[in-house]
Ligand binder design. Structure first.
Ligand code: PXP
Length: 247
């Protein structure tokens, strides 16, 4: 397989909303940030509407869905409430994630293998509405098989374990796991995305994986923008991703 030189960057703006919610004011605005991210070269925008509404609010997603120039990746838990929201919003993509109220962020992948019957109905409903469903899973063959079995067209591999590795050897092992899972999923016909914990410093090896289509990045981009501004942070990330694919 020849390496596609293109790789897409999805920018997650949840953390802009986190700063706003910390004060209960109207700024900074994640919709404003999303529009600026699009101008800076983001290929899509992710907003995670959590059950507890800790950062993104319903009005944020509704306003951005009406203004979006790229594509909205609507990240949600597989619940009846969120299914109905997504069907009303009609984003291009939905990403199904596990959600626990006590977690700081999405801690692990969705266990698709143990909930195939339930999740296949969600995928079917989204597919019928013309929405691509992405399953946020750990790089694990059994989970990939389960995604294929329920008809999900896209997976997003959880890169959190890779990002947290403390030694080069551990990082190399995690990278290999993600690389093998990407290859396996791509051969099974799935579109392969990845995300979580990716930074300017650790993004290149993940971006260089042959089957990789899109990386979804939030926290480090918003953190970098404190120093350099959102536009520069996004442009630098995208440059590093594209450079990684030229090698
Ligand atoms: N992809 C998914 C499914 C996520 O839940 C998150 C975190 O909200 C991300 C990507 C982005 O992770 P980070 O904010 O660590 O870049």
């Amino acid at each position: 397989m020849t390496l596609s030189q293109t790789i897409y960057l999805g920018v997650n703006v949840d953390h802009v909303a986190t700063v706003r919610q910390a004060r209960g004011v109207s700024y900074p605005c994640p919709v404003h940030a999303a529009l600026q991210a699009e101008l800076a070269g983001a290929d899509g925008i992710t907003m995670h509407l959590r059950e507890d509404r800790r950062h993104i609010q319903d009005h944020d997603v509704e306003r951005f869905a009406a203004l979006c120039q790229t594509k909205l990746n609507f990240e949600i838990a597989a619940t009846e409430e969120m299914l109905n929201k997504a069907l009303a919003l009609k984003p291009k993509d939905v990403c199904l994630v596990p959600e626990k109220r006590e977690e700081l962020t999405t801690e692990g992948g969705l266990d698709v293998a143990s909930q195939k019957d339930r999740l296949k109905d969600y995928v079917a409903a989204f597919t019928e509405a013309g929405i691509y469903t992405s399953m946020f899973i750990d790089p694990d063959h059994a989970q990939i098989d389960a995604c294929v079995a329920i008809g999900a067209p896209v997976i997003e591999l959880h890169t959190g374990a890779y990002a947290e590795c403390k030694t080069d050897a551990a990082k190399k092992a995690e990278l290999q796991k993600i690389s093998k899972a990407s290859d396996y999923a791509s051969k099974a016909g799935l579109i392969v995305n990845a995300g979580h914990g990716l930074t300017r410093q650790n993004v290149a090896p993940i971006a260089a994986i042959d089957a990789m289509n899109e990386l979804n990045i939030g926290h480090s981009l918003i953190a970098d923008s404190v120093y350099s501004g959102l536009t520069a942070a996004i442009q630098e990330m995208k440059k590093r991703m594209l450079e990684a694919r030229q090698r």
